[in-house]
Design a protein around this ligand. Structure first.
Ligand code: GLU
Length: 421
């Protein structure tokens, strides 16, 4: 992550809490309930001993934070990165609660992480770390409890290891314990593309509001992993003009439109967009400030802050990453008339198809990709309309509208259930 060192104005949890507080106040939520909804239900910290290939024993720190289960089992990804912190996981867990509520799917929120540098670990080491982490949190996960999924630097293989470890312990194969698995092990068609596809669907809805066409819309994407890379491919195929793509090593810009299939081929071969011949090279933060219609940050948190928000030229900001914009930057973007599609709405396509995967696993009956995509579109369009209408009604920006809508739904479930004491 070294080349995307960003200036974190607020931590991820602080950013979440700042937005939560504004929305809860607008909703007139009482003090006790505000305190409850702001606080995670459970925080698990584990220290995982793992023998490295060299024979040396190392201990890794791991977290799983379960924020809220009022609307259903916890749901959320697990990330592997050297700079993972409990505060970050705590903030992202809460964001998962709000994201699932915005999509109106029956889950609460959770997030997990392990402090490690996957680029320096072998497949065997990653497998041992993953299995031991799973064993440590085993009593707290399960199809009815908490259902992990991929996030930064984890993938289908990671989910297969978690599923296998869990199944070995409980003595029968339980595919629904995680989502984002390989299709041959109970994964869903369309899950791999789902977050990028959801970002495109949300952007399509924004274009409709502005009476714009895809082929006259220039897009810049920061991030070329599972979210950014898929978004680039799908948006290019759908007729958008993708003019810039960046990853952690640098960016590539071509005002006439990038040859996205060739760029993605270059990324497969060299592991980076850097050095691609079909455009000029540019810094991965500098790319955010270039002239475009849609900016899609899909890499990491806190890349848009009060330091650069006034230089963003895009008309639409589609947040593919979690928490890419700081609260002070929100105000600047809003004043400048940027139409922000907030993370808990824009990147909800991933967890939505995770929900479909969980449903399919529990039924043992699998859907064709066209049906997955059709149902994803339905949920994304409903969520988009819900947030934008809520914002217009309450005269707040899309970010606060998304939080208000989500908090309202979760608070309603809490009230119906009552507080068990
Ligand atoms: N990690 C993804 C997210 O942040 C997906 C979570 C899931 O599918 O449970 O939304």
């Amino acid at each position: 992550m070294s080349a995307l060192e960003t200036d974190k104005e607020l931590s991820v949890y602080e950013s979440m809490a700042a937005r939560f507080d504004v929305a809860a106040r607008m909703l007139n939520i009482d003090e006790g309930l505000t305190k409850y909804l702001r606080t995670p239900n459970r925080e698990i910290v584990v220290h995982i001993p793992v023998a490295l290939d060299s024979g040396v024993l190392e201990v890794f720190d791991g977290y799983r934070v379960q924020h809220n289960i009022a609307r259903g089992p916890c749901k959320g990804g697990i990330r592997y990165a050297p700079n993972v912190t409990l505060d970050e996981i705590r903030g992202l867990a809460a964001e998962m609660t709000w994201k699932c509520a915005v999509a109106n799917i029956p889950f609460g929120g959770a997030k997990g992480g392990i402090v490690c540098d996957p680029s320096k670990l072998s497949a065997g080491e990653l497998e041992r770390i993953t299995r031991r982490y799973t064993a440590e949190i085993l009593d707290y996960i399960g199809p009815e409890r908490d259902v992990p999924a991929p996030d930064m630097n984890t993938n289908e293989q990671t989910m297969a290891w978690i599923m296998d470890t869990y199944s070995m312990h409980i003595r029968h194969t339980t595919t629904a314990v995680v989502t984002g698995k390989p299709v041959d092990l109970g994964g869903s068609q369309g899950r791999r593309e789902a977050t990028g596809r959801g970002c495109m669907i949300a952007t399509d809805q924004a274009l409709k509001r502005f009476g714009r066409k895809r082929d006259e819309t220039r897009v810049i994407i920061q991030g070329c992993g599972n979210v950014g890379g898929q978004a680039a491919r799908l948006m290019h195929e759908a007729g958008y003009k993708v003019i810039g793509v960046a990853d952690m090593f640098g960016g590539i810009l071509n005002a006439h439109g990038l040859d996205v299939p060739a760029l993605l081929m270059h990324v497969t071969q060299t592991k980076s967009v850097k050095g691609f011949a079909g455009g000029e090279s540019i810094g991965n933060l500098e790319i955010l400030e270039q002239d475009c219609d849609v900016l899609l940050p899909a890499a990491t948190e806190s890349v848009i802050t009060s330091k650069n928000a006034h230089r963003i030229k895009a008309r639409i900001l589609t947040e593919g990453a979690n928490s890419p914009t700081s609260p002070p930057a929100d105000d600047i973007l809003f004043q400048r008339g940027v139409f922000v599609i907030p993370d808990i709405l824009a990147n909800g396509g991933g967890v939505t198809v995770s929900y479909f995967e969980w449903v399919q696993d529990r039924q043992g009956y699998f859907w064709p990709e066209a049906l997955v995509n059709e149902r994803l579109e339905h949920i994304m369009v409903d969520a988009f309309d819900g947030v934008v209408r809520y914002g217009e009604k309450h005269r707040v920006n899309n970010r606060i509208a998304a939080y208000m809508l989500a908090i309202d739904r979760v608070a309603f479930s809490v009230k119906l259930r009552g507080i068990y004491a």
